[in-house]
Structures are given as C-alpha cells and as structure tokens.
Design a binder for this molecule. Structure first.
Ligand SMILES: [Ca+2]
Length: 416
C-alpha cells in the first residue's frame, strides 16, 4: 500500500490548519534554513490517525530485495550504509527485537549487527543480539547520576570498534553532563571508563540533550540542551543549547567556527542527529509549547532559540520541517531511503521526512501512530532495517507488559 493511501483526514487540532503547500519536487525552496514564508503554516501533513486506532497494517511483504541487498556507498561511515541511492523506502513488517528494558535511550550497532543499548536511569549498558532475544548486561557506566531527563543517554560506537573496543557515552553526572570513552571487553560482559572526552556541559532536570553521532568526517557530533537556562543557547561560550563537534580524543577539529567545540547554536534541546549520504547533517529538537524542529546543520549557524520557535519569532535560521509538539516531541533521528526518520515521544509515532541534500522533497508521513506508545530512538541497522526503541517506562508514558521494547521495522521499496 503506498504511504499516501494511509493518510487520514486532518486531526481536529487547532494547530493542524493545512496540508503542506509545497510541491514534491526536489528543489522547490531556496536556502533550506530560510525557506520563503508561506501564508499557511506548513505543519506536517496529518498522515496518521489519532492514538488508539487499529495498528497500521504492514506493507505487504514482497520478494523485492531489501535495502540490505544493496551495496553500501563507500566512505560515509556516519551515514546509513546499506541503501542504494534513489530508492524510497517505507515501513514493512514490524517485529519485536527485545523487551523488558528500563528507559532505553542510546543505541549503537556493533560490526556484527548486534547492538549496545543505554538504560537512562539504571546507568547500565546492555547487549542485544542482531537476531533479537533477551538483552544481557555489559556493565554500569561510572558516575551516572540519573535525575529527571538526565542519566545515561546517547551511545556511539567508535568507527574502529572492532579494534579499539571503544564506545562513547553521554551521561548526566552529579555536577555536569559529559561525554566519556568506554572500553568494552571482548566478551561484552564488562566495561571500563577510559577517559572523559568532554565535560562542562551544564545539567538540569530537563533539557539535557544527549545524542551522539559520528559524522562522515570522523568527528563526534553531540546534541545538547539549554539546561533550563535559555540564555545558554545563543551564548557562544556555553556548551549548552548547541550541537558540538569534537575529534574522538576531545580536541577541536579545524573548521569549527569559534575554535571551540561549538558547531551550531541557538538550539533548545537536541536529541536527534543524523547524516544524509551526501554528508548533510540534520538535527531534531524539542520546541517549548508550539513547534518542534528538524534543522539542517551548517557550521556557525544560529537556529534561533530563544527568540524564535519553529517558524515563529525573529532570529536564527528557520527549520526545514516543524511539527506541533503533540505530534512529535522528537528524540532520535536516522537516515534511510531518501528520508530522515524521526521518533516522537509525545507524538508516539515514527515520522518519515523526505529530504535530499538538505532540502525537502515531499510531505512528512507518520507511521506506528499510537501503536507502541512513546518512541525515543531510531537507528539504521546494518541489515537495512530500522530499530526503534519505546520509552513508556520513562515516567511520562503508560507502560504496558513487556515495556520497554526495541522494534525492528523492516524497510521496503515504496510502491511507485
Ligand atoms: Ca529554531
């Protein structure tokens, strides 16, 4: 079934005032960060129905090759590895990888297709087999002081994990948020902290950011939050309300605009980072009361918080997509099949956002709406599927038996 056929009439929400007026061609706007204002607020198309309707039926499984069968592009370690350019992918079958996790947050794949998953509140890292099954403990990360939205958050395996056994973690400690390098034992049954890679990121009970992602440039990108002090976001001397970029050893790479870890500023709370196959960087952030954002990141750019939220207000670069907070509240994002996929917490859905080269190429479409509750993290697996974590045990959801889970969302070519 083509994705468009699943669209439903607009929700009866005041914020949903119109469908996107833009066309579907690949380059209908000018600068992606500063699209021409349109009379109608370009909220995402309300593709999904309200929470509680029957589950979205999977696209019919076909014999068409999955993305995993395609040859990976060379030289783009930070981008999704296994999709042939030009193929639009949509969700197929959804299966359960594992269950009974405690507030899963970061998820990073290892070279064999298995994954390490961070539990926010327990501070543990667990290992999940590539084929699914019970998670097994690897170890507890030293220094985690979970509180509110803080705790053990993002994970990113070193691009050289097979030889260096290193995983980077973003955590809330007693006095700050920090990024640490961990060494994981060969048997995956223990870990130890090697070093603090970057400290001094202010903490708070909310707005701690926490996402980590290696870019195609080999640098580590870090999404932070304003730590409940909005003055941090435009302040270039603060690490908060930023996307940071550092080398794996913590040093500042050439090309950072101020010679500091700050890569972009004016963000409120960044929990999603990903890269397109052309190297374009994307970030998702939570708005305050009105608009969440998906931005294209460009070094040195100010994204407007706190003087602007979504398309409203003055100052900063405008987002590529914006969403009513009850339809998104976005955490993780990942690239696959000509789109950024975005997991929504309050929105309880998985958004497909068609983009190419930092420009919109179509309308957002929502999947899994309400079916599994709050969705925290989405990652592209080495086999071409998406792994999506639920977040119903985080204190803001309705946990059901088996929560929290990791789901495997098969991706199949869209019907033409
Ligand atoms: Ca903004």
């Amino acid at each position: 079934m083509p994705a468009a056929a699943r669209r439903r009439p607009p929700l009866a929400l005041p914020a949903v005032v119109s469908l996107l007026a833009v066309g579907c061609s690949g380059s209908q706007t000018g600068s992606a960060g500063n699209p021409t204002p349109t009379p109608d607020a370009p909220v995402p198309s309300p593709a999904a129905s309200p929470t509680g309707r029957p589950p979205v039926p999977p696209d019919s499984p076909t014999a068409a090759p999955t993305a995993a069968a395609a040859a990976p592009p060379a030289g783009s370690p930070g981008s999704s590895p296994a999709v042939a350019p030009g193929v639009d992918l949509v969700p197929g079958r959804v299966t359960e990888i594992t269950r009974d996790l405690d507030v899963p947050w970061g998820l990073t794949f290892l070279p064999d297709g298995s994954a390490l998953v961070a539990e926010r509140d327990s501070g543990r890292i667990v290992h999940v087999p590539a084929a699914g099954g019970p998670a097994t403990p690897v170890g507890s990360v030293p220094g985690v002081a979970a509180d509110g939205e803080g705790g053990l958050l993002g994970l990113a395996a070193s691009p050289r994990f097979a030889t260096d056994r290193t995983v980077y973690a973003y955590l809330t400690a007693a006095s700050e948020n920090r990024v640490v390098a961990l060494r994981v034992a060969e048997d995956l049954h223990s870990l130890q902290q090697e070093r603090v890679v970057l400290g001094g990121i202010a903490k708070a009970s909310v707005h701690n950011g926490g996402r980590l992602r290696f870019g195609p440039d080999g640098n580590l990108y870090i999404g932070t939050g304003d730590a409940s002090d909005r003055a941090n976001s435009p302040n270039e001397t603060s690490l908060n309300g930023k996307v940071l970029r550092i080398r794996p050893d913590g040093s500042v790479p050439a090309g950072n605009p101020g010679g500091t870890p700050v890569f972009t500023r004016g963000h409120r709370n960044v929990q999603g980072l990903t890269f397109g196959p052309d190297g374009t960087a994307y970030a998702a952030e939570f708005g305050q009361n009105t608009w969440d954002e998906l931005n294209v990141l460009r070094a040195g750019t100010d994204y407007g918080w706190p003087t602007a939220e979504g398309p409203d207000g003055n100052g900063g670069s405008r987002p590529l997509f914006w969403f009513a907070t009850d339809q998104a509240s976005p955490s993780g994002i990942a690239w696959a099949g000509n789109a950024v996929w975005m997991a929504g917490l309050r929105g309880e859905r998985l958004w497909r956002l068609p983009v190419a080269g930092g420009k919109r190429t179509g309308d957002p479409v929502a999947y899994l709406d309400g079916r599994y509750g709050r969705l925290r993290t989405v990652e592209r697996a080495p086999d071409g599927s998406l792994w999506v974590t639920t977040s119903n045990t985080d204190g803001r959801g309705d946990a059901r038996a088996g929560d929290d889970r990791i789901l495997r969302v098969e991706l199949v070519p869209a019907a033409s």
